[in-house]
Design a protein around this ligand. Structure first.
Ligand code: GLN
Length: 274
């Protein structure tokens, strides 16, 4: 026999001590499967259709084993756009929107050539492509399964100024041809305690040897690919700023600037090729 909506709310409440956002997320999930708002607000005795009840059961199963809501919904919001996500890619983070904001604040040429390294879901490159239709953007990833997700998002948003490329960092780029390189690369050490909270996300998108090898590799290749005056901009880990600034200096970048995130933590760094 089918259970009513109110009994599922009861189930959510029972789990609220271990899953503090479960009620909020359950309501959000219900609206995503088309259950009318008034039933959700009233938590009423509406008996769910078989299909919706299966979906609700699936929600509880996944949610209670710790699968993030964005993966359950297969949707994430970034810079006001909706992106398809699943466990093949990192869930876009609000801090990463700052990277896009910062790029928009640079005085780049109208038709600037931009490379995003390690695009994952494609959220950075696709947002930039939609906001700046004259930019020419290439986004790469070394994970073919991540690129499949980026391709879904490319088809969803259809920017006509973005190319996806399978590549190890930016080895494919022509020397002195690019105006800006952006990346939110893997930057955690394998021993980072945060990894246990991120166990549903792809480790390849999170971890780099020593936490900084990705910055070394990208910076060295970007130094070749960028035009003189070109910019490199990164998101990095909360306590990594000195190391990443050091990597940029070592790779020959100058006029290095740092930016804090919403919580006042150092999270973004950029520099120029002379
Ligand atoms: N560019 C994507 C993001 O910022 C993926 C980053 C990654 O996989 N490290 O969400």
């Amino acid at each position: 026999m089918s259970l009513s909506l109110s009994s599922y709310f009861e189930q959510a409440r029972k789990n609220a001590s271990n899953h503090v956002n479960i009620l909020r997320d359950f309501r959000y999930f219900l609206s995503s499967i088309g259950i009318v708002k008034s039933s959700i607000v009233l938590e009423d005795d509406l008996v769910l259709s078989k299909v919706k009840e299966e979906a609700v059961k699936d929600f509880f199963f996944k949610y209670l084993i710790g699968i993030p809501l964005d993966y359950i919904l297969n949707e994430s919001s970034f810079f006001g756009y909706s992106f398809y996500v699943d466990k093949r890619v990192l869930i876009p983070r609000p801090e990463t929107e700052l990277l896009v904001e910062e790029i928009l604040s640079f005085s780049l040429e109208e038709n600037a050539k931009i490379i995003e390294v390690g695009t994952g879901s494609g959220c950075i490159a696709i947002s930039l492509a939609l906001l700046k239709p004259n930019f020419k953007i290439i986004a790469s990833d070394i994970s073919s399964s991540a690129l499949e997700v980026a391709l879904l998002n490319l088809k969803k948003h259809k920017p006509n100024n973005l190319l996806l490329v399978y590549s190890d960092w930016l080895t494919y780029a022509k020397p002195s041809s690019i105006d800006l390189v952006v990346s939110n690369p893997p930057y955690l050490k394998l021993t980072d305690p945060h990894l246990s909270e991120l166990s549903n996300e792809p480790v390849q998108a999170l971890v780099s040897p020593g936490g900084t090898k990705s910055f070394f590799d990208i910076s060295n290749q970007a130094m070749i690919a960028l035009k003189p005056g070109g910019i490199i901009i990164y998101e990095h880990g909360c306590f990594q700023q000195n190391e990443v600034v050091g990597v940029l200096k070592e790779s020959g970048f100058s006029n290095i600037q740092t930016i804090k995130d919403f919580q006042g933590l150092d999270r973004i760094v950029y520099g120029y090729k002379c």
